[in-house]
Every structure is written in structure tokens, then in C-alpha cells.
Design a protein around this ligand. Structure first.
Ligand code: SF4
Length: 329
């Protein structure tokens, strides 16, 4: 794409305006901007909508680990891959609430509970609803990621007080079939619709570095930014390669391309919180700082993200301190 084409495509994008009619060409033009121009635009949008020194902090707990029947190619919890992750039963409500209390004391404002299910069974949902109510009673925002949801299940979670539901699109519609075969892209969009209709905030993003092309990253951001309502929270993950999964080996994504994806998310979804999610353990401080400059304003805090490592709390506190960042109030 030459400079003139990029200029034409970007002339009328209405920087900072919430739009749902993003075209692939416009998003591609954002990705193609000179890096300083892209960061400048992302930072400008960010400052119009958020305090650029504030970072929202969430903690994620695996409440039911392993044994998942889905075949997501990146996931150590799938039964299809031999990764050494042991299948556990759903945790007891009291144990989950003890973890939530500890997360609150460590500075988290949101507590996310993840279960490795294709979809929850109704008897499991009873317990998850108790967990949600308990998390809320502690004064924390609650979030869950439990797989696909029916309309009725989404309503039950809402009635229990659930604030956010995470369900990622993972990648572009075109590349999706190379990553997951046990559920369709449309299944994911349907669950997102049920969650939205139930009045629960949506947390939805994807993973980069899975061997997708630059066009796939454009496709993923275009799809997210074209949802009827933007997800309130957009986690952008860098693939964590786990031995035993089909994506255990492969070319790592260039960190600058990762930062470009964050910036494109920030510009196209101006009012959403963009979360710098999995993959921070292997990311330099400089890359993380660039992500914050590009408009990321949320992290997961705590030494583990479900089954994969995350930076130790002290390391995060030091980095935030070094960058002058504070937890979002
Ligand atoms: S990502 Fe979720 S749905 Fe996919 S295999 Fe892992 S736990 Fe199951």
C-alpha cells in the first residue's frame, strides 16, 4: 500500500469516534502506517478516552483445569494433546473465594474465573453462580470464561451478578479453521450475542503469533471492531508455546507487529479497555512499555494465567513504578 492510498483510506476514519463499520482496507491502512504515526494516533485516541497513566488490573484463576474436549491448537488444557496438564474437578466455592480475597488484597479490581469446558453443565453453573455472587460480595468485579453459553445460561449468570464474560474470537474468520475444528466462528459469535443480550459486559479478543498472516491480524481486528457493540474489554494475547500442542514450535511474532495489533485495537475500539494479556512473561520491559504507549491499559496480575506462566507480582509492580503507571481506580 503506497502512502497516497493510506492517506485516502485514513482521511475519514474519524479518529476517536466509536464506529462499527470498519473495513478491512481501513484497518489494513492503520497497520501499514509508519510506526511513529501509528503510535501517535493510538496514543491520541487513548488520551481522549482514558487516563494514560492508569492500568486496570485483573486476576485470573483456573477454577476447573484440563480435560477439555475442544481442540484449540494453542491450548494445553485440551484432551487432544499430551501436555502433562492434569484434569481437575471444579474447585470448591470456598477455595475460589479465598483466592478472590487474596487477589483483592494484592490490588486486583476484577476477578476472572476460567473453566476448561466446551460449555457448562447446568449443575456446574449452580456452583459458578455461587462463586460469582461471592466475588461480588467482596467488592470485586466478576468475570467468567466457561466456553459456549446458551441464552438461558447467560441470563442465569447475569442474575448471579456476573459483570463480564470472556469469549475470544481467537483469530480472523479465514484462519480460524487452522486453529480450532470442534466449534465454529459462528458458535463464538452466537455466544457473544447471548452474553450481550443478557446485559453482561463482553470481554473478547484474540491471540497473535499462531502462524497467522498480517492480513489475518487485520481480519481479527476488523471483526472485533465491527461487532454491533464493541467488547468492553479486548484482550490481545501473544501465543505462549506449550510443548505437546500443535503450536509448540513455529516462528515467533515480531514484537513490533504485536505492538501494531495493540495500536490497531486501541484506534478502532476507542472506549474499550485493551488488555495486554498472555505472553508477557517472555516480553521485554521495552515491548510492554510500547504496548502501553500503543493504548494497552489492562494486565493480568499474578504468577499464572490458567496453566501458563505470567510475570511475578513484584516484577509487574517494578515495571509499573518505572513507567509511572498506577492501578485504575
Ligand atoms: S482454549 Fe478453552 S475451549 Fe479451547 S481447548 Fe482450551 S480450555 Fe478448551
Amino acid at each position: 500500500m503506497d502512502d497516497r492510498t493510506t492517506d485516502c483510506l485514513l482521511n475519514d476514519i474519524g479518529l476517536g469516534v466509536v464506529r462499527h463499520d470498519w473495513t478491512r482496507e481501513q484497518v489494513q491502512a492503520l497497520f501499514a502506517l509508519a510506526f511513529p504515526e501509528l503510535i501517535y494516533r493510538a496514543q491520541s485516541v487513548h488520551r481522549r478516552n482514558f487516563d494514560p497513566t492508569e492500568v486496570q488490573i485483573s486476576t485470573l484463576l483456573s477454577i476447573k483445569t484440563g480435560g477439555c474436549p475442544e481442540d484449540c491448537a494453542y491450548c494445553p488444557q485440551s484432551v487432544h494433546y499430551d501436555t502433562g496438564v492434569k484434569a481437575d474437578k471444579l474447585m470448591h466455592v470456598d477455595a475460589v473465594l479465598a483466592e478472590a480475597r487474596a487477589a483483592k488484597e494484592a490490588g486486583a479490581s476484577r476477578f476472572c474465573m476460567g473453566a476448561a469446558w466446551r460449555e457448562p453443565k447446568d449443575r456446574d453453573l449452580d456452583k459458578v453462580c455461587e462463586m460469582v455472587a461471592g466475588v461480588k460480595a467482596l467488592g470485586l468485579e466478576s468475570c467468567a470464561t466457561l466456553g459456549m453459553l446458551s441464552v438461558a445460561q447467560a441470563r442465569r449468570l447475569k442474575a448471579a451478578g456476573l459483570d463480564y464474560y470472556n469469549h475470544n474470537l481467537d483469530t480472523s474468520p479465514d484462519y480460524y479453521g487452522a486453529i480450532i475444528t470442534t466449534r465454529t466462528y459462528q458458535d463464538r459469535l452466537d455466544t457473544l450475542g447471548h452474553v450481550r443480550d443478557a446485559g453482561i459486559h463482553v470481554c473478547c479478543g484474540g491471540i497473535v503469533g499462531m502462524g497467522e498472516s498480517a492480513e489475518d491480524r487485520v481480519g481479527m481486528i476488523t471483526t472485533l471492531a465491527s461487532l454491533p457493540v464493541h467488547p468492553e474489554s479486548v484482550p490481545i494475547n501473544m501465543l505462549v508455546r506449550v510443548e505437546g500442542t500443535p503450536l509448540a514450535t513455529g516462528q515467533a511474532i515480531d514484537p513490533i507487529d504485536f505492538v501494531r495489533t495493540i495500536a490497531a485495537a486501541r484506534i478502532t475500539m476507542p472506549k474499550s479497555v485493551v488488555r495486554l494479556s498472555a505472553g508477557r512473561e517472555d516480553m521485554s520491559e521495552e515491548t510492554q512499555a510500547l504496548c502501553f504507549l500503543a493504548g494497552a491499559n489492562s494486565i493480568f496480575y499474578g504468577p499464572k494465567l490458567l496453566t501458563t506462566p505470567n510475570p511475578e507480582r513484584d516484577r509487574d509492580l517494578q515495571l509499573m513504578d518505572k513507567l509511572g503507571l498506577v492501578p485504575m481506580s
